[in-house]
Ligand binder design. Structure first.
Ligand code: PAF
Length: 303
């Protein structure tokens, strides 16, 4: 595995890769959710580029950015174990050179839900993802369902800028009791982790109601809130039922729904979702995680 620290090193390493190239962008703090992304890329592409970059422009406060869990050595080991060909782990000035001005706005999609609670967050995500796509030039990129709104923003950016890269969504990876894996989970105490499991119970209650035929967003939302209301130590920011593509008000006529939740537990913000409907999540992570890391890329099944 080549570790590139500069744009020039990345370009040189990228030039030697077999096509198609798959890209996985991360901020480190890797867990099995990232492993699923890496394995999906490995399975579908001949080469894999993975990035390790804590993007300062997507944090609301410097404190949040500087305290974001980091262990570069462990993350690079995981990349290597997953047969990543090139790891791009640049310092900030390689992505945002001094005086760098170009920004990508996430627009309306970026101002709702997570964007309402974290103003500017998705503009930062849109900007860095556009830059990383330009730098890595993959045929296919992989993003986790847990950040559903992020996947919608990324698809919009790719379409708006005609970047010509496929965006593949890999389903959420959960622990044995339903808690979605997330880098920030390490900040939870055992009690906090236990309390946070209510999120998946709430989403499941909403999903059950949907499957029974409930199409009223208000009632779906009430079902999720009621479940979480019983859990002391969990403060709900939002629990909503939305159109999965536009993230707008749910149209009771459509055959799909995104149930999205954000809560605070012990000062840690946690998000999760369930998306019901055909063809919205591209790749099931379970079979990918069941086997060992594969050392060779396929490339045959790239959509
Ligand atoms: O999902 C993340 O880890 C980040 O938002 C991403 C896509 C790597 C951009 O910094």
């Amino acid at each position: 595995m080549i570790v590139a620290r500069t744009r020039a090193e990345l370009a040189a390493a990228r030039a030697g890769l077999r096509e198609p190239v798959g890209a996985v962008f991360t901020m480190g703090g890797l867990h099995d959710g990232h492993t699923a992304l890496l394995r999906a890329a490995r399975r579908e592409c001949a080469s894999v580029v993975a990035t390790l970059f804590v993007n300062p422009t997507q944090f609301e406060s410097e404190r949040d950015a500087t305290t974001y869990p980091r262990d570069e050595a462990a993350d690079l080991r995981r990349f290597a174990a997953e047969a990543v060909d090139v790891a791009f782990a640049p310092p900030v000035h390689e992505v945002y050179a001094p005086g760098s001005a170009a920004q990508v706005g996430a627009g309306r999609l970026g101002r709702m839900l997570e964007g309402a609670s974290r103003p500017g967050h998705f503009d930062g995500v849109a900007t860095v993802v556009a830059r990383l796509l330009e730098l890595t030039r993959p045929a296919c990129s992989y993003f986790g369902q847990k950040d559903w709104q992020q996947t919608r923003v990324v698809r919009q950016v790719v379409e708006d800028l005609a970047l010509g890269v496929a965006v593949r969504v890999v389903g959420t990876v959960r622990d044995g009791q339903g808690l979605a894996l997330g880098t920030r989970n390490v900040r939870l105490s055992d009690a906090g982790r236990e309390a946070a499991r209510v999120i998946h119970r709430a989403l499941s209650a909403g999903a059950d109601a949907w499957r029974r035929g409930e199409r009223g967003a208000d009632r779906l939302e009430r079902t999720m809130r009621q479940e979480m209301g019983a859990e002391a130590g969990v403060t709900v920011d939002y629990a909503v039922a939305r159109d999965p593509l536009s993230l707008d008000t749910l149209n009771p006529e459509t055959a799909a729904v995104a149930l999205l939740v954000a809560v605070w537990v012990e000062d840690v913000r946690l998000i999760d979702n369930l998306v019901l409907g055909e063809g919205l999540v591209d790749i099931d992570p379970a079979p990918l995680l069941a086997g060992p890391a594969s050392a060779t890329g396929g490339g045959q099944s790239l959509p």
